[in-house]
Design a protein around this ligand. Structure first.
Ligand SMILES: C[S@@+](CC[C@H](N)C(=O)[O-])C[C@H]1O[C@@H](n2cnc3c(N)ncnc32)[C@H](O)[C@@H]1O
Length: 245
């Protein structure tokens, strides 16, 4: 059995290695988008993935000029480019200094009200609303939970309800394990010539994490698979979920 590709069992991954990976991605990738969209690195495919978020997902998130947005694991600030300057405030959080540097450039070039915090998403979710000035109306978590161990994902969803306004939206998009959980633990990535770690949880596992949200008045408004963009992985698929309260 390959100890770096583990099915079913819960294996913790090393978040410092994840941070190192994304620091290198931000500093060395040929394109900014290629540093956060792994997989196929052709400029056309990267553009298709970005347009899908902007043209298909964003309209469902109901962003208005007063909407306060928390982007957990914001990377280069891809979502900031979609929403600034036409939202109340964009707040991006990432633990990679290099990603935050790139996000700062994005936000400065867009204008509007923004704040960026270089910290772990777990610490960010545990802050009270006063830390950010007020509660948020929308949380975006896109391609981030896959890098967190289970106790940290649980902590985030336990904390979020009190950080959000009474009426609010959570958009969560992650690759999942289709039949069973898959963990890549220091797996050699051919595309990035480095070792890579991530957890592909099942829908059922994510449903357990969403439970505190359902108990505090949220319901699942939509969940569906995302397009494959020509990438065919046997064991995993990308899904998004929109929860509203
Ligand atoms: C696949 S990229 C996605 C970026 C962005 N959400 C997007 O959709 O373009 C994952 C990002 O999550 C960040 N990240 C991973 N684990 C994190 C953690 N524990 N705390 C803060 N940021 C984290 C990485 O540094 C990286 O920028």
């Amino acid at each position: 059995m390959d100890e770096r590709r583990i099915y079913g069992k819960k294996i913790a991954i090393d978040k410092d290695k994840v941070r190192g990976f994304y620091n290198r991605q931000a500093a060395s990738s040929e394109s900014k988008m290629g540093s956060v969209f792994l997989g196929n690195q052709s400029p056309e495919v990267l553009e298709q993935k970005n347009s899908y978020c902007k043209d298909y997902i964003l309209p469902m998130l109901d962003v208005k000029d007063h909407t306060r947005i928390l982007d957990l694991g914001c990377g280069i600030g891809r979502w900031a480019e979609f929403v600034l300057p036409n939202c109340g405030c964009y707040c991006g959080v990432d633990f990679s200094e290099e990603m935050i540097r790139a996000a700062e450039q994005t936000c400065n070039s867009q204008g509007g009200s923004f704040q960026l915090h270089c910290m772990s998403v777990v610490d960010a979710a545990a802050q009270d609303a006063a830390f950010y000035g007020s509660t948020f109306d929308l949380v975006i978590i896109s391609g981030v939970l896959m890098y967190l161990n289970d106790p940290d994902v649980e902590r985030i969803f336990r904390c979020l309800p009190s950080l959000l306004a009474e009426r609010c939206t959570i958009y969560s998009a992650e690759p999942i394990g289709l039949e069973r959980r898959l963990t890549l633990n220091d797996f050699p990535s051919q595309t990035f010539h480095t070792e890579y770690s991530a957890i592909y949880r099942t829908h059922e596992e994510y449903d357990v994490f969403f439970d505190p949200l359902l108990k505090s008045g949220f319901s699942v408004a939509k969940r569906e698979p995302m397009p494959k963009f020509g990438e065919n992985y046997a064991d995993t698929a990308r899904y998004y979920t929109i929860l509203r309260r």
